[in-house]
Ligand binder design. Sequence first.
Ligand code: SAH
Length: 254
Amino acid sequence: MTGSLVVVGTGPGKADLMTPATTAALAKATDLVGYGPYLDRVPVVPDQCRHASDNRVELERAKHALLLAAQGRQVVVVSGGDPGVFAMASAVFEAVESGDPAWRGLDIRVEPGVTAMLAAAAEVGAPLGGDFCAISLSDNLKAWATIERRLKAATEADFVIALYNPASKARLDQLGTAFDLLRTVKSADTPVLFVRAAGTAEATVITTTLGAADPARADMRTLVLVGASTTRLIAREGLPPWVYTPRSERGVRS
Ligand code: SAH
């Protein structure tokens, strides 16, 4: 039998935000490879082997998955959200590029998923309605100086900025440093959202401003959205405001 490798993302957490194509790939797999907590979200299939690993060993995990596929197994590599957004798909291709030339002939497929940024935006309205960018604050794989350079460029270009990996146990005040940098260009009343566990039943949203944003409110399950100059709030009686960015840079159409 010919092996295959499908890289999937389970979406932000809620079962119905996993795509049917991902569900089908998972059901057909002989082997699942991924970070333990992501594998725990996947329904158990009898006789399927699960290779759970730590979050930090991406490249080894990718090589292991390719070896299994080369042996004829139907392998699914599991990420959270979308597999191509700060996740396993790149590690798989990195392993293909530097590994056994025979791996280039393998049947490899990537299934798109709902990334945290989209789930977080949907919790509050339409903050990504204009141009936006995504930046990971994790400096495990890139220098902090690179992150600062990109934050500065994104701020000057007036993008809405989605910040992934805003906090970890190892990195205490990088989000605070990032906010300080953004404050040098953006106005203090720029909307800032902390969306935790977006797209799950436990979702919480803190709506604040860049001037008041407290970095301690973010954890590893939080996505931080920083508005553009056009991002606005619609106040609602007894309900959280809608937050959106008009598509027109000329402001709101009447
Ligand atoms: N591939 C994933 C991102 C992995 S990076 C995706 O596409 O969503 C991990 C970071 O994603 C977390 O630190 C957090 O910033 C964000 N994240 C993942 N799931 C989230 C969720 N349900 N709600 C808010 N942020 C989430």
